[in-house]
Ligand binder design. Structure first.
Ligand code: MIG
Length: 812
């Protein structure tokens, strides 16, 4: 093939099988290793020259266990066949082309040109894969992209990028998650390209019949996850790349942030205002100005003379304090953290030896090599005082693409060297994992010093698998209606890309929202696991050097406030109501989070993803499910009175009125501010909690259970509770109730199964049953008659909370 730009593997010389690993060697030297990781997950490692480097990946969860699959391997003259209990992989012996089929012989995904490679600059070959793109095939996912949900016709790249004020055409963004879904003829699958170099994906843009991906270096190492259910692919992907541990419940409360709250008096004023106005809030954030000259792990003592006291007093009032920590360490011999990193030689270096240097907020900085275990361990240690002494509850990692000011690339030079956990390499390979490894080191610090509290980290940059260590937010967005819509799309996309714990800067980071935009953004944000208002404050970006005098003057004038009460009435009252709704939904959202951390099912599930057999749902981008049964279509246009939305086939209930609706068509839903278009699936059982001022507030009326009569069949719902903090849940201190709701519009049976021994809040549980079409009815729990009465759209009763079977039936 010399002389042509691309090299193909050519014919196979021989193959062999050792348990779940099948290796094929080509006559001209290329090779393929197929690892059968489970019935549905196949890994393909291709090598141009037959050499396979040490098998190391930051994306794959070290705890992932391949499941021994019953497989049979056979060969004909033309192909090798690997058969599992769910799929058949055929590999052509003349070309190394692969095709995966289901057991009915339907193609799941197959090669177009397949694996190939090219010479490229810097000695790194360009490794490429191209798959067939079939007519009508749709593509989703790819982590953090701001474009339309269906990726077909797009060419996108992954290279973590500080992209202040990005738009729907900006690419790349802050995070790299080289994982996509394909859906064709009702069959869904997923492809993870496990390569941390800059990667590109072309979804049938250049060639209408091919989807290709490639990287300037590293291996063509890809995992194919067979569906057919997209939800199942998402769960498998999350098992492959990992899930976080269960976050503390307060981390799912409402959070208020700004660049920056200081001095202490201002922080206290914000806290007091939340309580005085009775707007729930669980966390306040300190942005970079809490530090002394932006030196990480220091305090500006003028603004915060006694941080420990302030943080403890805030905590007593139900506010957790989260502080920002950036990766850049100021070059300052008088700064102990800087000196320590230097003495221990933990900073990144250029190829020819000097430390890699870059300008960020503190001025010229060095950067720890977070891909080195010693550096991570040192970093974790640096949190000792912040957590143990000052009582900081969680950490927010920023600027970890890493972002560098005043250079065209906005990041470190390509020749910077990294340890990559014992696989020395350049920035070209380590760039995309830098933020993820920083978050990992930060989480280690929280675990070390915060235990037995659960760690909570949020990060801006990350990579596939980074969800094991932290939540993410979508970065520096803009206070515009277009961005509100983007926030919805981005969080959905991140959610199906392994990152359920996501949120956007509510209200917009850059520029100022008006009251209407702000409350509409809250209406979207309360469904995102990370629910945080954040804004740029008085910083005029565009000029990277901050004018301290202007900052002080602006702070004194308190301009650009973005708290829930900053827009006057009726917006304050609306914000109170919407944030209150977040707390009412918290039992359901916390349950969805628990499902995600145990099974990998995303908290936010796009409609196009959840209803893959319903063509009416395919082009719906704004509707999503939050958890199993709640469908939401947030408003994203100013002046909206009625929202048009699609309800998938089946029966749904209008959340606000309890009125049943038939799906399978578009609906016009009243949607004035404060009334979020929300629907519940028939048969669902949804916990509905009290409005708490913060998640730790007790002594309120317990949650009720809203049950929505099914039109037929049985529907399962879950409700998970635990202490919300600590690890007792791991030794049985939790309560997981599973409800099976069965019936029709004349009678309804709710069966309850219980696991765990965390005590329920009260001995009786209030049930509200919607949709039973009866003027007279009878109710019984475990065979005992129970009093029930009608209250507007629902029938109510109080049942013993541990009931096994509850039955409500219409009387003639
Ligand atoms: O260069 O810490 O995305 O949330 O408020 C800007 C200041 C640095 C960018 C983050 C933003 C944060 C801001 N940071």
């Amino acid at each position: 093939m010399a002389g042509t730009p691309e090299h193909l593997p050519g014919p196979v010389a021989d193959w062999r099988q050792e348990a779940g690993l099948i290796t094929l060697r080509c006559v001209q030297g290329a090779a393929l290793r197929v690892h059968v990781l489970s019935d549905r997950i196949l890994r393909f490692r291709f090598s141009p020259d037959g050499y396979f480097p040490d098998d190391f990946s930051y994306a794959i969860d070290p705890d992932f266990q391949a499941q021994p699959a019953a497989l049979s391997v056979s060969a004909t003259d033309a192909e090798l066949q690997i058969r599992t209990a769910a799929a058949v992989c055929r590999i052509r012996l003349d070309s190394l082309h692969t095709a995966i089929e289901d057991l009915d012989g339907k193609t799941i995904v197959e090669d177009d040109k397949g694996f190939h490679w090219m010479e490229a600059e810097q000695g790194n070959p360009l490794v490429l894969m191209s798959k067939r793109a079939r007519p009508g095939e749709r593509y989703f996912g790819l982590g953090d992209k701001s474009c339309a949900a269906n990726l077909r016709g797009k060419r996108l790249q992954n290279w973590n990028h500080d992209c202040f004020g990005y738009s729907e055409t900006t690419d790349p963004l802050y995070r790299s998650i080289p994982f996509y879904y394909g859906l064709h003829a009702g069959i869904g699958y997923g492809v993870l390209f496990d390569n941390s170099f800059r990667t590109w994906f072309d979804f049938a843009m250049e060639r209408d019949n091919a989807t290709s991906f490639w990287a300037h270096g590293g291996e063509l190492d890809c995992y194919v996850i067979c569906g057919p259910s997209l939800l199942e692919v998402a769960a498998q992907y999350a098992q492959l790349t990992g899930r976080p541990e269960l976050p503390p419940r307060w981390a799912m409360g409402f959070h208020q942030c700004r660049w920056s709250y200081f001095p202490e008096a201002r922080v206290r004023e914000i806290a007091a205002t939340f309580r005085r106005l009775r707007i729930p809030c669980d966390a306040l954030y300190l942005d970079i100005d809490y530090m002394d000259g932006y030196r990480c792990f220091t305090w500006n003592r003028e603004h915060f003379p006694d941080p420990g006291r302030m943080i403890r007093e805030l905590a007593a009032d139900g506010f957790q304090t989260v502080v920002i920590i950036d990766p850049g360490i100021k070059i300052d011999p008088a700064y102990p953290v800087f000196r320590e990193g230097l003495e221990r030689q933990l900073y990144l270096r250029r190829t020819d030896g000097p430390f890699a240097q870059g300008k960020v907020w503190p001025g010229e900085c060095y950067f720890p090599d977070f891909t080195r275990p010693e550096a991570r361990s040192w970093w974790a240690e640096l949190f000792r005082d912040l957590i143990r002494m000052d009582g900081v509850a969680a950490v927010w990692n920023d600027m970890n693409e890493p972002a560098i000011f005043d250079v065209e690339s906005r990041t470190l030079p390509d020749d910077v060297r990294f340890d990559y956990d014992g696989h020395p390499c350049s920035h070209a390979r380590a760039h995309n994992v830098y933020g993820m490894q920083m978050a990992r080191a930060t989480q280690e610090g929280l675990q070390r010093f915060g235990y037995p509290k659960r760690p909570f980290v949020i990060t801006r940059a990350s990579f596939a698998g980074g969800q094991r260590y932290s939540a993410v937010w979508t970065g520096d967005n803009v206070a515009s209606w277009a961005h509100l819509r983007l926030a919805n799309l981005q969080c959905q996309r991140l959610s199906i890309s392994g990152y359920s714990f996501t949120g956007s800067d509510i209200g917009g980071f850059n520029d100022l929202p008006d009251g209407e935009l702000f409350v509409r953004w809250l209406e979207t944000g309360i469904f995102h696991p990370l629910c945080r208002v954040h804004s740029i404050g008085y910083h005029d970006f565009g000029n990277s050097a901050i004018d301290e005098d202007a900052v002080a003057a602006n702070a004194a004038r308190s301009i650009r406030n973005q708290e829930p009460w900053s827009f006057g009435e009726p917006f304050t009252a609306l914000a109170r109501k919407i944030i209150g709704l977040r707390y009412r939904l918290l039992p359901a959202l916390y349950t969805a989070m628990r499902q995600y951390v145990t099974r990998g099912t995303p908290v936010l599930r796009p409609l196009y993803f959840s209803f893959q057999q319903d063509p009416g749902a395919w082009d719906r981008e704004e509707e999503f499910l939050a958890g199993d049964h709640l469908l939401v279509c947030p408003v994203s246009k100013p002046g909206t009175v009625v929202q048009e939305l699609y309800l998938p086939a089946g029966r749904w209930y209008r959340f606000h009125t309890g009125e049943p609706l038939e799906g399978g068509r578009l609906h016009q839903e009243p949607a004035l501010p404060g009334r979020i278009p929300m629907f519940v699936r028939a048969g669902a059982a949804l916990p509905w909690g009290p409005v708490r001022m913060h998640t730790g507030e007790t002594g309120l009326e317990p949650a009720v259970l809203r049950v929505y009569a099914p039109s037929s069949g049985t529907v399962r719902s879950e409700w998970y509770e635990d202490a919300g903090e600590g690890y007792a849940y791991r030794s049985g201190e939790f309560l997981l109730r599973t409800f099976e709701v069965e019936g029709d519009l004349r009678q309804c049976t709710v069966r309850q199964l219980r696991e765990g021994r965390y005590p329920a809040e009260a001995s009786t549980l209030k049930i509200e049953l919607y949709g039973l079409d009866a003027a007279r009815f009878a109710c019984e729990a475990d065979g005992q008659p129970l009093r029930a009465w009608r209250n507007g759209p629902c029938i109510e009763c109080w049942a013993p909370e541990g009931f096994g079977t509850l039955r409500l039936s219409a009387l003639p």
